[in-house]
Design a protein around this ligand. Sequence first.
Ligand SMILES: [Zn+2]
Length: 123
Amino acid sequence: MEMVKQMEISDKEKDDVRTLIKFVGIFCREHHNGAKTTFSFKRFDIREIEKKETSLCPDCTRLLTYGLAIRVKCPHDPKPMCKKCDNQCYHGEYKAKIREVMKFSGMYLVKHGRLDMLYHYLR
Ligand SMILES: [Zn+2]
């Protein structure tokens, strides 16, 4: 029995979490071959939010874990767009990496006609 207390998260947070998972998932699928494991996050149930499993390489797992931890710690309500925020939560290599992921996956979604997903990115 898992004893970690799961967080209650709002619908807006679920949207953001889903977007992050999707973006990192696309990036990993298109860039990284090799061993991947099903992503899970101890603070809340990913399967309840995303409905399907996402497999990631170790690097992307680290990035997504970091991104989700930051998202649920955001002190602002409502959350502004990260790039317009004074609190620059992402540091160092993660900052460069998440930018690369957002740019790549954003373009990927445009090319594949998924503007509905992009809406979340642009908010
Ligand atoms: Zn990867």
